[in-house]
Each structure stands twice: as structure tokens, then as C-alpha cells.
Ligand binder design. Sequence first.
Ligand code: ZN
Length: 357
Amino acid sequence: MTNSIDRTPPVFDGHNDLLSVLYRKDTKLEKTIKIIDFETGLDGHLDQEKIKAGGFGGGFFAIWVPSPIDRENRRKQMQRASYDLPLPAEIKQNDAINDTIGQAAILHRLKKERLLEICTNRSAIHDCFRNNQIAAVMHLEGAEAIDPDFYNLEILYEVGLRSLGPVWSRSNRFGHGVPFRYPSNGDIGPGLSEDGVRLIQYCNTKGILIDLSHLNEAGFWDVAKHSWKPLVATHSNAYSVSPHSRNLTDRQLAAIAETQGVVGVNFAVAFLRPDGQANENTALGVILQHLDHLIEHLGEDGVALGSDFDGTTVPKDIKDASGLPKLRQAMRDHGYKQDLIEKICNKNWLRVLELTW
Ligand code: ZN
């Protein structure tokens, strides 16, 4: 039974793709999605009603430049016993700028309509929790739009950007993402470029969080070497539970733990399931398996959530943001104490954001 207690603590979440849903210029869609649809209802994981029902307090809102990929075909291939999907082609900076500015503008339109706040400090996020407002951190997933002089990054910072993943599952001037490959570790390809190393240093100086999710392993170790902030993976899981290229080995987890960093558990069934399959018939128990493993390796202060809502296939039992009370209940049933549940739901993200900003 869902009761009011299940909606707290609010979930502050490491990753969602709502902005690219609201922005999508997909010709296959029958109608254009507008901001107002966020209020009146959307088919995906996030809209105002689902957010209220689930006690979703906000999180990282990703700006993501789409690759021309057939999602349905990708999902089908990822239901095989093993798979190795090629990396999508690189995207030129000029081609990435419009999509990036467009999604940043949509976040600002949502703010203008008082549907959320764009937060750049911890107390603003707390204010949102108190006022039942959605707290959004502007995040860039793949830095294709950023020039080597970081002019564009400086402007994005000024409009609220405080988190950045150098790559999505693609290569760019800064580094290389992992392909969707199972079974496989993330040790695929070379590390960061010289521009990539400078990007890490720039982000450190500005107080922009660097996200390790999607980076290949060599890139991960380059960030670990050059960054002096806590290491963070906003939406990745444990390789020991699911040997997927997108997940983190115990050695990587040890490096994150050393810096008092955080990993947000991704609800993507393909990265959760030991068999790597994109099958929505996935019990919530497997999320607990990843949480247990991450707690063992990162400690109770290093584990959070990174749903990937609106960007992936999630377990049928969660369905969308309105299913979050089931996850809180599953954590309670699993024996997690209230203090730990609060850390997983939001406190650990807030701690690491404050340290980084
Ligand atoms: Zn992602």
C-alpha cells in the first residue's frame, strides 16, 4: 500500500533525460511535445503528476545531443545473450550547439513556468524540498558543443550548468565513451585527449562536477589522475553484479571510495541484470543487489540513485517516477535503516555536490 510516508525522503536523482524528450525533433513522433505537456501528462517516466506521486525531489537534468539511433532496434539487440552495438558516429561541434542551447532553454522555460528551480548550491536544493519544488541541476551529457577555448562552457556555466560528462556513448574531442557491449568491461579504447585533460582542470577550477558515467576505463583513470574533486558516476552500476561495459569494476569503485565520491544506481534493466538483457520484467531485488555491493565498496556515504528516467527501459515494477515508493519500501524490507535510506535518496548527492561546487 502506498501511503504518505512512502513519498519521503524525496529522491534527488543522478540522471534523467526529460529535457531531450521535451526537445526531441523526432519526425516519427505524431505530435510535438510542449512544455505544457509536462503539466498535463507525458507518456514517459517524468511529468508533474508522476513526480508528485513518487516523491521525486529533482536531480541532474541532462542536456544530451541525440545520435540518429533506432531505439527500438537497439532495445531488441540488447535482449540477446550477448551484444556489441557500434559506437554512434561523432557529432561536430557546430551540429551539437543548437541541440545543447535548445535543451538549456527548455530547462529555463520550465523554471519560468515555476515548474522547477535551477539549483547551483546546496541550500537552494533544500529550499526546493521544503517548498515542494523540483530541484534541477543542469548537466551536460557529452561535451560535443564545447569548443577547445571553453567559451561555450563559460556561457553554459553562467546559465546554470554545474555538472558535465565529457562523453556520452560516442567519441568526441575530449575522450571516448563505451559502446553498449555485454559481456564486457569498460576497458575499450584510449583515454582522454589533451583537450580532455584541460576540460577536467577547467571543470575543477569552476566547480563543475565531472561525471564518469559513459567514459571508457582509460578515460576514467585519466580523470582519477587529473581531478582533485571527488570521483562521481551519476548513473552506473556494479560490474560484479552485471558485467556490462557501462558498469564499474571493484577497482574503479575503490578509486571512487578513496575520494569520498558517489555512484548513482542506474535503473536501466540492461545495466542491472546479471544477464545484461533489456528486459523490463526485472524484479526490484536486483537494484538492492547493486546497492548492497556499492555500499560494501563505497560505504554508506557513497551510494545514491541515478534513475536514467526518460532515457532507458526500467523495471516494470517501478514503471515511472510514480513507482519510487515501491523502491523505498523495498529498501525498508531489505533491512536498510531510515538513516541509510535518506543518504541513498538524497543526502549523498547533496554532500558530494557541496564538496564539488
Ligand atoms: Zn546516460
